[in-house]
Design a protein around this ligand. Structure first.
Ligand code: TRP
Length: 333
């Protein structure tokens, strides 16, 4: 595999969608990849677009870091860092923004969606939200990363990064930037939550495997179903419990549950308990590791600090290469 890079925003604990769609596949690739060809970071600068409480951004950073480690990211083999610790990326974002027509950014979904909201929230659209895709392009292009594991909602951002790269290359008449490719897992490219809508913390339809047993159970119990009684036969294809169960269970277990649905005499409550037990069992090691890492913030700080130290000189060297193309002086290390 080539260079892979991905970031998760520190806007809260990673939910099942982040974990299945981005974390697990990225860890698999990263741990198999050649040393230092994987870039995994916490997008705390991007988080500022959504949250203005910097304390909670910081606290969430620990949760994201602990989740990556709990799932087995080998930080010896990759670069694992906080975006804000490698601020070279913001300089590159500026260069990229100067060569890119702003009109193209007005077409980005995230911006358009906000534009269509009520007047009040429209007034609150920050310049940061508008230029979000530029910073994301800089994250990727600074290291010439080729494979970008993301959820489906990020596809347009990767497309914009490709455009930005080719615009820039054309402007300076040199193939300075490689065009990145999104890496999507088919089954998990967009994960639905407890109400069948896209899983998101803000919609409160998410499943947080790192919450306490009680809360996790509550989240699972809130999965929406139809009102069929226990005795009735049920359709396993049109059911959100089954949908979530399928994402995690073995095909054998899935078939067993399907049969119970079709046969009848098996209630949605039973299915929810089965899903709950599966999550607790399947992620027991990760949950334990997560809870214990969250008690060791200075350990997490240390890991992130050494990650950014390791990557800093690479970022500066690369930025100097870019600065040279722009006829700026190099930064001295
Ligand atoms: N925008 C991404 C998200 O919300 C996070 C992100 C920031 C990212 N920079 C990135 C993902 C670079 C991949 C590559 O999920």
């Amino acid at each position: 595999m080539g260079k892979i890079l991905t970031g998760i925003r520190s806007t809260g604990v990673p939910h099942l969608g982040n974990i299945l769609g981005v974390m697990i596949p990225s860890i698999k690739i990263s741990n198999m990849n050649k040393k230092n060809s994987s870039f995994i970071f916490i997008a705390d600068l991007h988080s500022m677009v959504k949250l203005s409480n910097m304390k909670s951004i910081k606290n969430n950073t620990y949760q994201i870091a602990a989740a990556w480690l709990a799932f087995g990211l080998n930080t010896e083999n990759c670069f694992f860092y906080r975006q804000s610790d490698v601020s070279e990326v913001t300089e590159l974002a500026w260069y990229l923004s100067c060569f890119f027509p702003y009109k193209r950014l007005t077409l980005a979904h995230s911006f358009k969606k906000k534009q269509n909201e009520k007047k009040k929230s429209k007034k609150e659209i920050s310049l940061g939200l508008f230029s979000y895709p530029i910073l994301m392009a800089a994250d990727i292009l600074l290291y010439n990363a080729e494979i970008i594991p993301v959820g489906k909602d990020q596809l347009q951002h990767i497309e914009i990064a490709r455009r930005i790269a080719s615009f820039f290359n054309k402007k300076i008449g040199k193939q300075l930037f490689k065009l990145p490719n999104a890496f999507l897992q088919k089954e998990t490219m967009s994960i639905s939550g407890t109400d069948g809508e896209k899983m998101s913390k803000s919609k409160n339809n998410w499943i947080n495997i790192f919450s306490s047993d009680d809360i996790l159970k509550k989240q699972i119990m809130s999965i929406r179903t139809d009102s069929k009684s226990l005795e009735e036969r049920k359709n396993p294809e049109k059911d959100y419990i089954m949908y979530l169960y399928k994402l995690i269970a073995s095909s054998e277990k899935v078939n067993e549950m399907k049969e119970k649905y079709i046969k009848g005499g098996y209630g949605y409550y039973d299915a929810k308990i089965e899903l709950y037990n599966l999550i607790i069992r399947k992620f027991s090691t990760e949950r334990k590791r997560f809870f214990s890492l969250m008690k060791k913030k200075s350990f997490l700080d240390g890991i992130l600090y050494s990650g950014s130290k390791k990557i800093k000189s690479i970022a500066i060297n690369r930025l100097n290469e870019i600065r040279k193309c722009l006829n700026f002086n190099p930064i001295n290390l």
